[in-house]
Ligand binder design. Structure first.
Ligand code: HSE
Length: 431
């Protein structure tokens, strides 16, 4: 039987998952790859660290050259995360004619095109299913099963940590810090939780999804990004009263050859299936012009789910070795699509303000909104006035351009009766 040696770069959460899957599913892996796959070396920072897993010490190494210069190793599995030194190791592996599997969303989102071009030139494969939405087979889903479609829209919950936090805040009235700590203990969060909380993680994933679905290379800096740290219990409570819940959504919509790309907390109707995607689960809605609406749901983070995607990629490489066909990112250099600026987004908006409780306030506010072509759909005044004679008021608008909202906010800030604009949250109505 064909014998293939594999090396892992990194033995953290996902690396351990891959090791477990190879150990527990040996028969399935042999049958489906028609090969004996052996993890023969693993790069770690400290060979003496106790990892709570029965990996033989003699296959651990602290020296990348032990792996890159070993001609018997055919597949490198990069699970270190971050760009430096991961991308250097991947480039060297490709140049040494080794196939590569990675779950590194930052590296693929920022350098994926160059790495794929290099892999093609060197005659090796590069697979990265685990980089987006953990165990959900979304990249192969788009690239293979949906390949005959023109993708029109993607709306996803693609960060498990923030979904866990928002779920706990919403359903258990937990505070932000406690929920984040729990997410970290469960191994969902990145080493630095800023990447999850401030939505960089979701932006990288959306860039990869956009590239695959719309055929263009996206600069991650062109994707509008907001994190969840400004969401308060007031907003969560108000959302419930309006019939919504708050989720961190990654959105890509094609509009007349332009793309609207944004990641931000969003109010979605409690009746929509995405509102029931809770805890660390991910879900991605895709609208294709032939298939219609599809929803992918599953675990987007964690050792075994992401390990499942990575191990699947290893088997895909063994099967596809002869075809030399990786999952292609943007592959049409002539295709240009403009990424819309924030002012050009269209949405409904939730606006929470602290205002003086005096006569004529609503008139002044609605005057500014009306002048900027912002039409109000719902309004509530919240609670009693505080010791400074201030009250909270909340509006939800009809669809409008974000530029109109931004102009309105600037003008509202100048009103003597407006103490503070407390929050602005987009509302997705899904039609
Ligand atoms: N930190 C990520 C998440 C893990 O919470 O979804 C996988 O990218």
């Amino acid at each position: 039987m064909n014998k293939i040696k594999i090396a892992l770069l990194g033995l953290g959460n996902v690396g351990k998952g891959v090791w477990e899957i190879f150990k527990n599913n040996t028969d399935e892996i042999i049958r489906r790859s028609a090969s004996e796959l052996e993890i023969s070396k693993i790069l770690v920072k400290d060979v003496n660290k106790d990892r709570g897993i029965d990996v033989p010490k003699e296959i651990l190494t602290e020296n990348i050259d032990d792996i890159l210069n070993d001609d018997s190793i055919q597949i490198i599995v990069e699970l270190m995360g971050g760009v430096d030194p991961a991308s250097d190791y991947v480039v060297r592996a490709i140049k040494n004619k080794k196939h590569v599997v990675t779950a590194n969303k930052q590296m693929i989102a920022t350098q994926g095109k160059e790495l794929l071009d290099l892999a093609k030139k060197e005659g090796v494969l590069l697979y990265y299913e685990g980089s987006v939405a953990g165990g959900i087979p979304i990249l192969k889903g788009i690239e293979e099963s949906l390949t005959a479609n023109k993708i029109e829209e993607i709306v996803g919950i693609i960060n498990g940590t923030t979904n866990y936090i928002l779920t706990k805040m919403s359903l258990e009235n937990m505070d932000f810090e406690t929920a984040l700590k729990e997410a970290q203990e469960k191994g969902y969060a990145e080493a630095d939780p800023t990447s999850d909380i401030e939505s960089y993680d979701a932006v990288y994933k959306l860039a990869i999804l956009t590239s695959l679905s719309f055929g263009i290379n996206v600069n991650v800096n062109d994707i509008y990004r907001e994190g969840i740290s400004k969401i308060t219990s007031h907003d969560i409570q108000n959302a419930k009263e309006f019939g919504y819940t708050i989720k961190l959504l990654a959105i890509a919509k094609e509009k007349n050859d332009s793309l609207e790309l944004r990641v931000h907390p969003t109010m979605i109707p409690l009746t929509h299936p995405l509102s029931n995607v809770n805890d660390s689960f991910n879900a991605i809605l895709i609208k294709g012009n032939a298939v219609g609406d599809l929803m992918f749901y599953g675990r987007g983070a964690g050792s075994l789910p992401t390990g499942s995607a990575v191990a699947g990629d290893i088997i895909s490489i063994v099967r596809n070795d002869m075809t030399l066909r990786s999952i292609a990112l943007a592959d049409n250099p002539d295709l240009q699509k403009r990424v819309l600026s924030r002012e050009e987004f269209t949405s409904r908006y939730y606006l929470r303000l602290k205002v003086k409780d005096v006569s004529g306030v609503l008139g002044q506010i609605s005057n500014i909104l009306g002048k900027n072509d912002v039409s109000i759909s719902s309004f509530i005044q919240k609670g009693q006035k505080d010791e400074n004679n201030l009250v909270s008021i909340v509006f939800i608008t009809h669809d409008t351009l974000e530029g109109n909202i931004m102009k309105s906010i600037e003008e509202l800030k100048t009103l003597d009766v407006v103490d503070k604009i407390k929050n602005l949250i987009r509302v997705e109505k899904f039609i």
